[in-house]
Design a protein around this ligand. Structure first.
Ligand code: UFG
Length: 340
């Protein structure tokens, strides 16, 4: 039986696929590849298609014996979600609705869903616990929260069991050196700082140095992408073993300021680059730090690559060897089977 990975060609999805393959799981992927990369897929059977298309979902579920679904297919840019909210509802909410309908129709009753710290908005306390107030400040977080609620009701009526993973700030690349982070446009702090170190951009901009944090810049909880991938395997296994539906934060419970991250990038790369202070970015909470206690207790997950320096080293290794991302990457040709 196979695990269906929706969004398996993206940054996090490709690491989840790699982890599944390492565990000798049979993998089927569906991705419309709006932001994903074919070269990021290290194996499995790839269907090119959109979750909003019930026909392709029907084909995937008919042609494969799907045991469980890992769903990471979503639009995920906070800024873009504010200017194109309807597209975010269509891709993230309607896409998941179609997926759940197909699961119900084909009697697949296990799903692991990628959610986000953005569901909390401005947290009421730090570290954030799963039951804390959820008040998204952007459409992206709102669409993820809508899906979380949809899963709750789908379980009640149709018995679809779920594990929701609320990612904090995912960073780093696979140890195998083949896959890593390659967004276009890039908006995330660590890859942008590395681009500045590689002189691919003139300077690094810090969005806001007037927050009430220790150095005035925002604090985030960074988590290695391979630790994130491993949590997905544990979540699938928990559902296979009859585990209950659950919602977990996925973070390290340690916060680093934007300035600390930039310093870590300078240290790891051994390169200097100019920094500019700009006004705050709209919608950025000052501090986001997870309490991952629940997933540690219930799934026995723990982050193995938790130090900021290790994460930056891992990201640097990928970017140093792939300065243009997958564009000039030598790996591949992709070893799976492409279907549409
Ligand atoms: N930042 C800068 N300069 C930059 C880029 C980012 O100062 O050029 C700052 C941001 O203002 C923020 C921090 O660095 O304070 C981290 O920013 P990222 O864009 O790397 O990550 P976010 O915390 O904004 O977003 C991440 C995910 C989102 C998710 C969110 C949940 O990318 O998908 O965490 O909190 F919604």
């Amino acid at each position: 039986m196979a695990v269906l990975v929706c969004g398996g060609t993206g940054y996090i999805g490709s690491h989840v696929v790699a982890a599944l393959i390492e565990q000798h799981e049979e993998v089927v992927i569906i991705d419309r590849m709006a932001t994903g990369r074919e070269k990021a897929v290290l194996g499995g059977k790839l269907y090119l298609g959109d979750l909003n298309d019930p026909k392709i979902l029907d084909t995937v579920f008919k042609e494969n014996e799907i045991e469980a679904v890992i769903h990471l297919a979503a639009s995920s840019l906070v800024g873009e979600s504010m200017t194109q909210p309807l597209a975010y509802y269509r891709n993230n909410v309607e896409g998941t609705l179609r997926l759940l309908e197909a699961m119900h129709k084909h009697r697949v009753d296990k799903i692991v869903f990628s959610s986000t710290a953005a569901v909390y908005g401005d947290p009421e306390r730090i570290p954030i616990r799963e039951a804390d107030r959820k008040m998204p400040r952007n459409t992206y977080g709102e669409t993820k929260l809508a899906v979380e609620r949809m899963l709750h009701w789908a379980e009640q009526a149709h018995g679809i069991k779920y594990v929701i993973l609320r990612y904090f700030n995912v960073a780093g690349a696979h140890d195998n050196g083949l896959i890593g982070e390659d967004h276009d446009p890039e908006t995330h702090l660590i890859p942008l700082a590395i681009q500045a170190a590689l002189e691919q951009r003139e300077s690094m901009i810090i969005y806001g140095a007037d927050y009430s944090t220790k150095d005035g810049t925002c604090v985030r909880d960074y988590i290695h992408v391979m630790d994130v991938a491993e949590a997905h395997l544990l979540a699938v296994n928990s559902l296979r073993n009859g585990g209950k539906s659950a919602v977990y934060n996925l973070g390290n419970s340690e916060g680093y300021t934007v300035k600390e991250v930039i310093e870590a990038v300078k240290k790891v790369t051994g390169r200097e680059f100019p920094i500019q202070i700009a006004p705050r970015r709209q919608g950025d909470p000052a501090v986001l730090i997870a309490s991952p206690d629940l997933i540690m207790e219930e799934l026995n997950w723990y982050p193995k690559r938790g130090s900021l320096e290790k994460m930056v080293e891992s990201a640097w290794e990928w970017h140093r060897t792939h300065p243009y991302g997958y564009a000039e990457s030598k790996q591949g040709p992709w070893r799976g089977e492409l279907l549409s």
